[in-house]
Design a protein around this ligand. Sequence first.
Ligand code: G3P
Ligand code: MG
Length: 345
Amino acid sequence: RIHLEASRLARSKPPPLAFVFDIDGVLLQGPNVLPAAKRTLSLLDGDNPLGMKIPYILLTNGGGLSERDRCEKLTKQLGVQISSSQYIQAHTILRNLSQKYSDQPVLVLGGKLDAVRQVAEGYGFKKAYTTTDVLAWNSSVWPYRKASLAELEIAKSIDFSQTRVSAVFVFHDPQDWALDVQILCDVIQSNGFIGGPYVSPEQQIKEPIELVFCNPDLLWRSNFERPRLGQGAFKEAFQAVYKALTGSTYPYVQYGKPTAATYKFAATVLTDHVKEIYGSGELPHVYMVGDNPESDIAGANAADWSSILVRTGVFDPQQGPPSHKPTYLANDVEAAVKWAIDREL
Ligand code: G3P
Ligand code: MG
């Protein structure tokens, strides 16, 4: 029956619209699934005024797990099948960028224990190391704490004074900002050899160690009443320390919403997903539903998509109008989707 349904869909024309959903503050708040989320995603499966399956993808600045593992988790949480072909997270874009560093030692930051190392290895980074590997190598690198037993267990043993770190990728939100800022400064100030000879700030900037951030979010919405500090706040903390040390801002590459690279990547993933369901057809009218004007609305507006801002996340109307004007302001994701469908009827 599923096969017959799939082949019927593959012969029909795609609907006039498709959705891109942000996750934190739209579908989830931390571990909690928003009640409107489940109703909305099942409505898109066919039980809607258009009477057809409306394609959608998820586009999050979150991360820390492999796409497969996160999709398995989301499928259980949301009660609908979420496949990797409709899921983009902060560091997914790095999967196509790993070949440049596949055999070189790189530092990967963020997330719990070595989860991000495993993601990096899955992308093709063969020599991915974590800041707790560094702490396990030499506990005096950060005098205020020792590596925990769990960190010692997963640590890769390597001598970082003899190993040149060639690039640093902040995959997900760092959990120990102090350790990560210290080690980031060590890598940059000694040309990749931690504890190696000091290199002048001019030289550090002239031949920089590539530093890549995957999520610019200063704030994001978890299950606490007020938004939480995200990877963008970690970046600000690092740059403030680096400026105090050298008087300069360290050059870096930024991915994640609202960067054009991430939205361009999302457009190709959504186009492929529409083709996966309907066999062919170009990108229909795209509606982005997000909670953060700085990432979701700014990026969607710049991509010429329609943008719908919801009140269940970072945006707080008490603080005045949104910094980026959405096409529509909705209470939650269900109201957002119903408004968009009505508009296309
Ligand atoms: O780390 C997650 C957070 O920065 C935002 O996630 O889903 O709202 O883009 P999301
Ligand atoms: Mg969000």
